[in-house]
Design a protein around this ligand. Structure first.
Ligand code: URA
Length: 238
C-alpha cells in the first residue's frame, strides 16, 4: 500500500514532469471517481486507483508489462536509425516511463514483442540462463526439405559461435514455411541458422514466448495490450 499526492502519481505514470502534471491538474484535466481534482496535493492510495485524464481512463500501475504485435519496419533499438522505433506504437507516457523492449526483434520481423519498465523483469526475461522457448514461423526462399528440418534439429554452425546451435523443435508447415522453436536468443539467430542450412529467410514472425501465444492476445499488427499476472506466469521457463 502506498499513498501519493496526485502530481506524483501522474508523474510516476509517465504523464510528464511534476510541473507539467501540476498544470494538468490545475486545468481540471484530471478526475478520480467522477470528481475533478484541482489540488495537486490531494493524496490517494495508489493500489487499485483509477483516474481519468484528457477523458481517457487509466489504472495506476507500479510497472507496466506489455505485449505488442510488432509490424515490420519498426526498430527495437533505443536510437532507431532507419525506421521508426517500436515505442512510437505505444502511448507517449510509456516513453516517459522508460518502457523498453525485452530483447529485440529485427526491423523486418513481426509478432510478439514484450515491453516493460520493470528492469528486474527485463533482465530476468533476457538472461541467457533463462531457457524460455520462443516459437517463430519463418517463410523460406527455397522449398522446405526434410534435410533442412533435420539440419536445424541436429545443429548448424554459425560463424561466431563456438558450437553448433540446434532448434529445440522444428517442423514443416507448408512448402515454404517452417515453425521453429529456439531457447537461445542470438543475434539474427533464425535467419542465420536458415542461411547456414542452405536456405534463406524471407519473412519471420514470433508467435509464442513460453506458453503465451500471440493468437491468444488477439492483437492486430501494431496493437498492444497490458499483460496480467496469469499471462505473465505463462512466460516462465518449464
Ligand atoms: N531470429 C532472427 O533472425 N531475427 C529475429 O528478429 C528474431 C530471431
Amino acid at each position: 500500500m502506498s499513498k501519493l499526492s496526485l502530481d506524483r502519481i501522474l508523474q510516476s505514470q509517465g504523464f510528464g514532469t511534476r510541473k507539467w502534471c501540476r498544470e494538468l491538474i490545475a486545468d481540471g484535466e484530471v478526475s478520480i471517481g467522477g470528481e475533478v481534482i484541482k489540488d495537486y496535493r490531494t493524496v490517494f492510495e495508489t493500489d487499485g486507483l483509477s483516474f481519468t485524464i484528457f477523458d481517457e481512463d487509466w489504472e495506476y500501475r507500479e510497472h507496466v508489462y506489455i505485449a505488442l504485435n510488432k509490424p515490420a519496419n519498426f526498430e527495437c533499438s533505443r536510437k532507431p536509425s532507419h525506421h521508426p522505433g517500436v515505442l512510437t506504437l505505444l502511448p507517449e507516457q510509456f516513453t516517459w516511463r522508460d518502457v523498453q523492449p525485452v530483447g529485440r526483434l529485427d526491423h523486418d520481423t513481426t509478432g510478439m514483442l514484450l515491453m516493460s519498465d520493470d528492469g528486474a523483469f527485463i533482465h530476468a526475461q533476457s538472461s541467457p540462463r533463462r531457457h524460455v522457448p520462443k516459437l517463430y514461423v519463418a517463410t523460406t526462399h527455397a522449398p522446405v526439405t526434410d534435410a533442412l528440418i533435420a539440419q536445424l534439429l541436429s545443429g548448424v554452425q554459425l560463424h561466431d559461435e563456438p558450437a553448433p546451435l540446434a532448434a529445440q523443435s522444428c517442423r514443416k508447415l507448408d512448402e515454404h514455411r517452417i515453425e521453429i522453436v529456439l531457447e537461445q536468443g542470438k543475434y539474427h539467430q533464425v535467419k542465420r541458422m536458415l542461411a547456414a542450412a542452405g536456405n534463406h529467410c524471407e519473412a519471420l514472425c514470433r508467435t509464442m514466448i513460453g506458453k503465451l501465444s500471440l493468437e491468444s492476445l488477439e492483437l492486430e499488427e501494431g496493437e498492444w495490450c497490458f499483460l496480467d499476472a496469469a499471462q505473465l506466469s505463462l512466460l516462465a521457463p518449464e
